[in-house]
Design a protein around this ligand. Structure first.
Ligand code: ADP
Length: 340
């Protein structure tokens, strides 16, 4: 660790938050320049829209989204047209502030004229998105999947997906959104940081119980119910690859500006967190990409009122240790030298 700056060149540099060191001339850095900006909600939505316009069938795994405030008139007009052509369509929308995380500032609305929307967007740019009303439920609860993806290189494009991930559960039984339950975050939002405050949150002692489980345990369960798990994996892999392809033009611009070709500089790699929701029919939907996914393998436990202690979280440990271990193995400079 070099809290006050580094003196000797290293093989691998592991930065905590983002690519920020212009004094690295060799080795490998665990962040791409511009990744944080590229995966922000608005930029991601824009990239997905561009690709969806070009390849509508290939890019139908991202919910229809509008960027606010600039696309508010378009949002209102498109929803009106869709409602006119299909009067039985009763949509719900989710509003997410740009740059927000951990469910911060997110709310659901039933109609574009909702006062919360018109009131808040002038002060905070956001993405408004079609809400997936029929997610797959396990134990009557909504959950999402966090998968870890290693972008090993941009050119050539090399992507690795960890075989196990996390499934993060809501803590109130799911009901399709109605005006009455729209505000119930423990029912609609799967964020760990929110649900941990619910009295129903269960710290998982094993991989297949509690509010945070391994994705492999969910797959086992689905497979025992007769689901086509192989097809699900192949859909997820294709979602990940297509998403990264959509992000590469912007990433290459940042890369070439920070590390111009021909000048000495490091190569980059990065672990990304993909948040994916499964629909009832097992179709995976991309929710967001995280440039700086949490690698914590402990959680806080309240021993007595106001007294907290960090205790190991076996589920986090199982998944995340494997991700870091395999990343270091893949990036091993000795292996690269041997290959060269
Ligand atoms: P944040 O970065 O604040 O966590 P997300 O985009 O991940 O924002 O959304 C937070 C949570 O809201 C997700 O974990 C998921 O449970 C729910 N969610 C987000 N988008 C949708 C959607 N389009 N349909 C259904 N649920 C969604």
């Amino acid at each position: 660790q070099f809290p006050f700056g580094r003196r000797l060149p290293c093989d691998i540099y592991w930065h905590g938050v983002s690519f920020h060191d212009s004094n690295i001339f060799s080795g490998q850095v665990n962040k791409f320049p511009g990744m944080t900006e590229t995966v922000r909600k608005i930029t991601l939505s824009r990239a997905m829209r561009t690709m969806r316009d070009l390849f509508p069938l290939e890019y139908n795994f991202y919910p229809r989204s509008w960027i606010l405030p600039e696309e508010l008139p378009l949002f209102v007009a498109e929803v009106r047209t869709m409602k006119d052509s299909n009067p039985s369509w009763k949509p719900t929308f989710i509003v997410k502030p740009d740059g927000g995380c951990q469910g911060d500032g997110i709310y659901l609305i039933k109609d574009p004229s909702d006062i919360r929307l018109t009131g808040s967007i002038q002060s905070r740019p956001a993405v408004v998105q079609e809400y997936i009303c029929k997610p797959l439920l396990v134990d009557k609860l909504k959950f999402d999947i966090r998968l870890y993806v290693l972008l090993k290189s941009l050119e050539p494009l090399e992507i690795y997906i960890a075989k196990d991930g996390l499934s993060r559960f809501c803590t109130e039984p799911y009901q399709e959104p109605t005006l009455k339950n729209l505000h119930q975050v423990f029912m609609h939002l799967t964020n760990y940081s929110l649900n941990i405050h619910s009295g129903n949150f269960v710290h998982s002692a094993s991989a297949n119980t509690g509010s945070k489980r391994t994705f492999s345990s969910i797959l086992c369960r689905l497979s025992s119910r007769g689901a086509d798990v192989k097809k699900l994996w192949s859909d997820i892999i294709s979602l990940v690859i297509k998403t990264i392809i959509a992000l590469t033009p912007e990433l290459k611009v940042y890369y070439q500006s920070d590390i111009p070709a021909g000048k000495p500089g490091p190569t980059c790699f990065q672990i990304l967190g993909f948040d994916i929701l499964l629909m009832k029919d097992l179709k995976p939907v991309l929710l967001e990409v995280n440039a700086n996914p949490s690698m914590r393998i402990e959680h806080e436990q309240e021993l007595s009122p106001g007294v907290f202690e960090n205790v190991p979280s076996p589920v986090d440990e199982k998944v995340k240790v494997a991700v870091i271990r395999d990343t270091l193995r893949l990036m091993d400079p000795q292996k690269k030298k041997r290959k060269d």
